[in-house]
Unconditional design. Structure first.
Lengths: 212, 212
DNA sequence: TTCATGATACCACTTTGTTGGTATGGGGTA
DNA sequence: TACCCCATACCAACAAAGTGGTATCATGAA
């Protein structure tokens, strides 16, 4: 029996998946939590074979939760469950060390197969995203938006967050306790790194790429 | 036994919800489809008491599907199931004549109650969104994001589209074959209508509310 | 017809954003 | 140590956005 910890902020989804598996399936959703921060304590309480986790969650997102687990030294295979099939998410998931990636748009059969493979520490990727991974690995420059985001420093992301919220340079300076000159320097560097030519484009890019 | 037709593009979710209900619950997910266009033929084949439908779906969205059913003369109570709690969706759902609105973020108990109420043609609204509806019905300008969007003219939405794409006023003027003065007038009117104080906020608002 | 609205256009002015530099101190790495 | 990156800071100048007016014309509703 494979014991699964399900991490998803949608209760209905969690309970649904749990009741989907019968003992004969060899899979049991033994724990459910809606908060990624609770994963460590659950892993300490109970033997868990696979973590099935949503990427987009309110408190801490799936990728953040993965990093947290890695830092704390936990080594449980993680199967990411999500509705996003953007390369952005896939890449960040793989970089974070997930064992597999499956879409909410999958069948029970596919999920079962995925959980089984991941529990054996084999990789699983949902067929729908295999193509994208394949294309990405061919390394065409076209898909290098991701790198642009990766080049941003934490402070720069913070600045972007403020811009998106509508703060102007002066307000940001006051909020972050730095000079307006500094804010402007950051803005300039950000725009250069992202290759955008004005604030509007910066905001659009940031929201679409999920920087904020 | 209440017979439910579930319409959701995420197979896993559908199968999950189906296996969540036991005969003793008095609710049965008797049919599942991932395509809203198939609803009419299913309703003709089988007696359905409640349609449980996701709003965001690829082929035809939940709201479109509702309109389709109304046009074809079907009168089955519809419970909208979604992860969006923006007033935009709620309003469009209610206008479309749905009997209830529940979040994916709900518990099995809540879903059960919702299905039962809707099957009796009572309204059901998830607690989380009740406040929003309440505020909205009071018609305070403050909470009526929806009205803000509704007040925009087509031309203004077009301008917003250009701004979001990163065009500046001069570029827009050239693109739309109008004077730069006119573009600025539009920008001003848009910002006033949406209650934002700069372009960054305008872009954020527009992308989040789905104006573009 | 009268009225309201939307799209268009112009002017003058202020504020903010954008670009071009330069520079210093701290932290980490080759 | 020398080097690079990051956050910080300043100056000057130009471009763009934003503010406060006013105004015309067409359209559709009252």
């Amino acid at each position: 029996m494979i014991k699964v910890l399900l991490v998803d902020d949608h209760q209905l989804f969690g309970e649904g998946v749990r009741s989907m598996f019968k003992p004969t399936d060899g899979i049991e959703i033994s724990r459910i939590t809606t908060n990624g921060h609770q994963i460590p304590s659950i892993l300490e309480e109970e033997k868990i074979d696979v973590i099935l986790m949503d990427i987009s969650m309110p408190n801490i997102d799936g990728i953040g939760a993965m990093q947290l687990l890695k830092q704390k030294g936990f080594d449980v295979p993680i199967l990411m469950l999500t509705m996003h099939q953007d390369m952005k998410y896939i890449k960040r998931t793989l970089e974070g060390g997930a064992q597999g990636y499956i879409l909410k748009d999958a069948s029970k059969q596919e999920l079962t197969e995925a959980i089984q493979k991941v529990s054996r520490r084999e990789n699983y990727f949902h067929p729908k995203i295999n193509n994208q991974i394949f294309n990405f690995l061919r390394g065409d420059k076209g898909s290098s938006d991701v790198d642009l985001v990766g080049q941003l420093s934490d402070r720069e992301k913070e600045i972007i967050g403020c811009i998106v919220k509508g703060l102007n340079s002066k307000a940001m300076a006051d909020t972050l306790f730095i000079s307006e000159h500094t804010v402007k320097t950051h803005r300039r560097n950000i725009m250069h790194k992202l290759g955008v030519k004005n604030t509007a484009e910066l905001v659009t890019f940031s929201l679409e790429k999920g920087i904020v």
